[in-house]
Design a protein around this ligand. Sequence first.
Ligand code: MF3
Ligand code: CO
Length: 291
Amino acid sequence: MLEKLGRNLPCWCGSGKKYKNCHALFDERIRTAKDAGHIVPTHKMIKNPEQLKRIRESCVINVAVLDAVAAAISPGMPTSEIDRIVYDTTTRMGGIPAPLHYEGYPYSVCTSVNEQVCHGFPSDQVILKEGDIVNVDCSTILDGYFSDSSRMFMIGEVSEDKRRLVEVTKECMELGLAEVKPWGFLGDVGQAVNDHAKAHGYSVVRDIGGHGCGLQFHEDPFVSFVTRRGEECMMAPGMVFTIEPMVNMGTHEHVTNKQNGWEVTTRDGKPSAQWEIMVLVTETGHEVLSW
Ligand code: MF3
Ligand code: CO
């Protein structure tokens, strides 16, 4: 009787629909997977249509900001100029750069050049020069909804080995994306990424990875790219997370700048690349929200 009543009450997802017409079947599926020993998503990870609409609006800004960077980036430009472009474009469109003041982070964007793995500080001392590869990592808050993606840029002519690293890292991200579908596992994504990187002699950073995103900057689950097919959290419709592998030409090991506590570089000083997209798991597959 209680069960029957519950089925006519509003769904926990906030859609406003009756539970029986919304996530009742979903919950059954999740329970079965959990009973079979799988890690399963929590209700908190599942976005409803209204939330997705707001998250998509945030993503529109994030993509536009990266497009603005792409149009302007060139040799001779200090990375502080990228910070200015990101701040100006984001705020002009009504958003807030999510990195700014995030856990004390002092800039609007991360610009990670060559051997920098992530969280590089924009600086007027860092002048982009021919041959550099740089990751520009943008995140936006719009009315409390978050978006997050990053791209690599090659400055002028870059060496063959750096170009290869950038291209293969993009392929890693795309191969991971191809694994995103409901009732698969985050380990499917991780293994696709890691296998491709390893096949090219590269290594994948282990302890920094992707994350849920949308209602907060960083939500559960943690998305590792060194995991195995069939393992890790099950993917389910309504989950939003990032695929953002950091791929190193040499060792996967990295060091964090002791002075500022943020900037991460490869231990061996060899180059590192990263591409990041934000993706929604749909009923039939996935939708890329920010790139
Ligand atoms: N944008 C990064 C990510 O992909 C997070 C950077 S944290 C910051 O998750 F504070 F440096 F912005
Ligand atoms: Co991210």
